[in-house]
Design a protein around this ligand. Structure first.
Ligand code: FES
Length: 148
């Protein structure tokens, strides 16, 4: 599975291939938003422009899905490596800096450390998750075996 390395937070998070970056961050308790976004955001519709992240490192610039037309319009005066987390799907492992508009203490060393530590490429595959239906089929098979 892809790994998202959150540079500001200093943590790696696994996700499913194709998961929405904003959804993963929220699920994992990562703060995507600055004060304005915390006070009010669009909930992932691509309208409030408060869920910025920057993609860290030339080797992972294509790890997210391509910029959407919404991002092209909303980010036209922002750096090329900035994305709206709510519009980006994770295709393979990536490093991101949340709230890139805010200063990052000891940025040079933290970027270097994040880039130098190995990052699994991903995606490998969707994990096989046993469903209730699978368990039911197994139980039925076991019962049938017992009856024979
Ligand atoms: S959450 Fe509003 S633009 Fe992403």
């Amino acid at each position: 599975m892809p790994v998202i390395r959150f540079v500001r937070e200093g943590c790696d998070v696994e996700c499913y291939p194709g998961e929405n970056l904003r959804d993963v961050a929220i699920r994992e308790g990562i703060q995507l938003y600055g004060l304005k976004g915390q006070l009010g955001n669009c909930g992932g519709c691509g309208q409030c422009i408060t869920c910025f992240v920057s993609v860290v490192g030339d080797d992972v610039q294509d790890a997210l899905t391509a910029r959407t037309p919404v991002e092209d319009a909303k980010l036209r005066r922002r750096p090329e490596d900035w994305r709206l987390a709510c519009q980006a799907l994770v295709e393979r492992s990536v490093r991101v800096l949340t709230r890139p508009q805010l200063k990052l203490a000891d940025a040079e060393n933290r970027f270097a450390a994040a880039c130098n530590a190995p990052l699994p490429l991903g995606p490998t595959a969707w994990p096989n998750v046993a469903t209730d239906e699978d368990e039911l089929v197994e139980e039925e098979a076991a019962t049938a075996d017992e009856e024979r």
